[in-house]
Design a protein around this ligand. Structure first.
Ligand code: XMP
Length: 575
């Protein structure tokens, strides 16, 4: 294990290797009973021997490998279908409708699901299922547009609906013996969203269920090809998961051997093969994605991995120590720690424009990272925490084109010009699956469940110029927010909760004195994916405690406000 220091010690803690056993004792912080963040941190620091992960399920052999392929016709729910199938412990990939068979065959598909989509099948030039979907004789489940595609391609007839059917409907089963309907009640609510209707089913198909407005709400044939007019993947169809499970297990014959444990075992084997005797580097940020990636790769190749942890001085209180402790003390990784805070602050001097701040931080990060990477010697691989939604998003060409709102800086996405081969071991996973991998690998819950934190850090939560003093004020205020939100057990329910230091000052009174202090804003939002967000209706008493504590514990602040705007029209971060 190597630890490289730059610009002095790591904060107030003596991190010298031979003194690692004393770390929890030498911390100068005194934990109070309600100081949750601190106590969690101290707990982690005490775990010097490391957390041992649970025993993992054996990796599946190639012969046992099974997958369901979702052919994407562009529905807003397509990704959700893949999620639901994976919840049944069956590996599932969402692929564009023009994916060649050569790309699908190695996945060992056991069935296809055709997604919904915005097109109308009777229009010209609309996407349809590739020939291999029917030619493979594997089971097929068409959902909404996918059902209409089946009808059209196999000889049925579709007509434009006179009115769009959108929302709740009640599904009545007429064929209780269909494997798709095992364990289902005779009537169940479903979620409809379609304009077109099937007028005539293809030869060999029968109607298996109906709703008030759709006489053919479900159709199927003896070859295991089914169509659903409703969306089983959404929460508004309460029995939807049972239907998908029935399709995957009873129709496709899947065993359900895809678990997080088997993913880890497979991943470790794959990384070993890919890297061989080569060397890899990874930028650590303290966030869950880079943490999981580093831990997984470390498990596979040990000291062939070097992590570079750039402290840009824009992190929250104790973030550096906590991250460092987990990786160095618990995991025993090679870490290069760089305290580059002075350098970043100098470059940010007098900068007030939000985009300029982001640009400077992004550029400086790459520069520091490259300088440090050079010191590692010859490196072959750059590890990145690319997730499945990123992969899908970049595959759906052009559909997400939108005006640039903010230049995002992500430590994972660096730096292209180094010409390293990419190592992206979690690119097939959704965020919550990454969290499960993290837990199974023994990462502390506090890190695995951490709320998202932007790459440019506190710099984009300080309105106006970023200075050392302002960073300290914001850290203190932010610490109170985090602490109170955790105490109220709201931390995991919220997408993010944090403080912003505005450049507004206002008059206040404390005791008999006039004060002229900073205005701190609190932001707490709920969100599924950060694309949209709603401001959280935090209980008044939680807001009151946060406000009281901030004005009492942070002398430079005399006023606290709560941000009650959603995204859109606001964004989550203020800059
Ligand atoms: P906005 O402010 O655009 O943020 O609504 C959406 C989500 O992205 C996070 N965010 C970033 N994450 N690098 C990151 O890694 C960035 O530069 C960045 N800017 C914003 C933000 O915290 C929220 O979760």
């Amino acid at each position: 294990m190597t630890v490289v220091y730059h610009n002095g010690n790591l904060c107030s803690i003596n991190m010298a290797k031979n003194k690692s056993k004393q770390v929890s004792k030498v911390s100068r912080r005194v934990a109070t009973t309600d100081d949750i963040e601190v106590s969690t941190y101290l707990e982690i620091a005490k775990e010097i021997s490391g957390v041992q992960p649970a025993a993992l399920k054996e990796a599946v052999s190639d012969a046992e490998r099974e997958a369901i392929i979702v052919i994407d016709f562009g529905s807003q729910y397509s990704m959700l279908i893949a999620r639901r199938v994976r919840e049944c412990q069956v590996y599932c990939e969402l692929l564009p409708h023009d994916t060649p068979w050569e790309k699908i065959a190695p996945l060992n598909p056991r069935g296809f699901i055709l997604s919904g989509g915005p097109a109308s099948v009777y229009d010209s030039n609309v996407p349809l299922a590739p020939a291999y979907v029917y030619g493979s004789h594997l089971p097929v489940l068409g959902i909404c547009y996918g059902m209409q595609a089946i009808a059209k391609q196999l000889g049925g007839k579709i007509a434009p609906g006179t009115k769009r059917e959108y929302g709740h409907a009640v599904l009545h089963l007429s064929a209780n013996d269909s494997p798709l309907f095992a364990d289902l009640p005779a009537s169940t609510p479903v979620w409809m969203s379609h304009g077109d209707k099937i007028e005539k089913m293809p030869p060999g198909f029968t109607a298996l269920a109906h709703t008030e407005n759709s006489p053919i709400a479900v159709m199927g044939n003896k070859e295991g090809i089914f169509g659903l007019q409703f969306h089983p993947e959404v929460a508004h169809t309460p029995e939807g998961k049972t239907i998908l499970k029935n399709f995957v297990y009873r129709v496709c014959g899947c065993k359900g051997n895809w678990t997080i444990g088997s993913f880890i075992n497979d991943g470790v084997t794959r990384i070993k093969q890919q890297v061989g005797k080569g060397k890899a580097i990874c930028a650590l940020s303290g966030g869950v994605d880079s943490a999981v990636v580093a831990t997984l790769i470390h498990r596979a190749i040990g000291d062939q991995l070097t992590c570079i942890f750039v402290n840009h001085g824009l992190l929250r209180r104790e973030e550096v120590e906590r991250t460092f402790n987990v990786f160095r003390l618990n995991m025993g990784m090679n870490i290069i720690y760089v305290d580059a805070s002075g350098r970043f602050l100098r470059r940010l001097k007098a900068v007030t424009d939000p985009e300029m701040k982001r640009k400077i931080i992004g550029e400086e990060f790459i520069r520091v990272f490259e300088e440090e990477a050079k010191k590692v010697g010859k490196v072959d691989f750059l590890a990145q925490g690319t997730l499945y939604p990123d992969v899908i998003e970049s595959a759906s060409s052009g559909s997400k084109a939108s005006a640039k709102i903010k230049t995002h800086h992500n430590v994972g996405g660096l730096p292209a010009k180094m010409k390293l081969k990419l190592l992206e071991p979690v690119r097939d996973l959704f965020k919550d699956e990454v969290r499960q991998v993290g837990l199974e690998l023994g990462l502390p819950e506090e890190m695995v469940w951490r709320q998202p934190f932007p790459g440019p850090g506190l710099a984009i939560r300080i309105i106006g110029e970023v200075t050392k003093e302002k960073l300290e004020i914001l850290r203190s205020a932010d610490f109170v927010v985090m602490n109170e939100i955790k105490k109220a057990k709201l931390y995991r329910q919220l997408w993010q909760s944090f403080a912003i230091l505005t450049d507004v000052r206002s008059v206040g009174v404390m005791g008999d004195y006039r004060t002229y202090g900073y205005l701190v804003a609190i932001r707490a939002v709920t969100s599924e994916d950060a694309m949209t967000a709603d401001w959280s209706r935090l209980p008044y008493d939680v807001l009151a405690r946060i406000s009281n504590r901030i004005v009492n514990e942070v002398p430079e602040v005399n006023r606290v406000v709560y941000d009650i705007t959603s995204k859109p029209p606001s964004t989550i971060e203020w800059e």
